[in-house]
Design a protein around this ligand. Structure first.
Ligand code: GRF
Length: 196
């Protein structure tokens, strides 16, 4: 069975969407573990409620060693690492060992509205400020820079003139919850094709 690790820093609604897809048998994989860089991430509760093993490596405690600690618990155990609202930057060996096996979801249409400090509600504030009429989300591979890896899938939503950042965030999140399982499914099919 295809195995994934999901990394979260916050609410974990994308994690929940993956769990739902697995429960509905739309996704044929197992979430082997959920890892957080914050002890108070609600995503950890969601994992525990679904009997998924969790690990917390606080960014404050591990600093530059965070990526290596994560590598120690995922190496040889999972086929894919899914960043689902994970706010730390992965560095070093993990990027080589899991090349094209780490995906991230970003709440804008990359390459727009990204980079360091562009996360959460700030992204949607900037989209509205820009006057853009379309926004969306992007699932992409993770490489050594921020939000620059190859794009795997994008979904778009309209931006209405009376939107607040919060309203836009909700509209984008609905698409995120479809996009991430869709890309995981693609990665599973890819790996099945390689085995055959
Ligand atoms: C999402 O908007 C995701 O694109 C971004 O962080 C947010 C996480 O939401 N990277 P959740 O924790 O999955 O609810």
């Amino acid at each position: 069975m295809y195995k994934i690790a999901v990394l979260v820093s916050g609410n974990g609604s994308n994690l929940e969407a993956i769990i739902d897809s697995i429960n509905k048998r739309e996704l044929k994989c197992v979430i082997e573990l959920v890892i957080s860089d914050r002890e108070d991430a609600y995503g950890l509760e969601r994992a525990k409620n679904n009997n998924i093993n969790t690990y917390t490596f606080s960014r404050k405690k591990y600093g530059d060693k965070l990526s290596n600690e994560i590598l120690k618990v995922v190496e040889g155990k999972v086929d894919l690492i899914v960043l689902a609202g994970f706010l730390s930057i992965l560095k070093g060996d993990i990027l080589d060992i899991f090349k094209n096996k780490i995906i991230n979801i970003h709440p804008s249409l990359l390459p727009l509205f990204c980079g360091s400090n562009m996360y959460g509600i700030k992204v949607h504030e900037k989209v509205i400020e820009s006057g853009a009429k379309v926004s969306g989300c992007t699932v992409h591979y993770v490489d050594a820079s921020i939000d620059t890896g190859n794009i795997l899938l994008q979904k778009t939503v309209p931006v209405h003139c009376d939107d607040t950042p919060e309203i836009l965030q909700k509209r984008v999140l609905i698409e995120e919850h479809k996009a991430l399982p869709e890309v995981i499914k693609m990665k599973i099919s890819e790996s099945e094709a390689r085995i055959k």
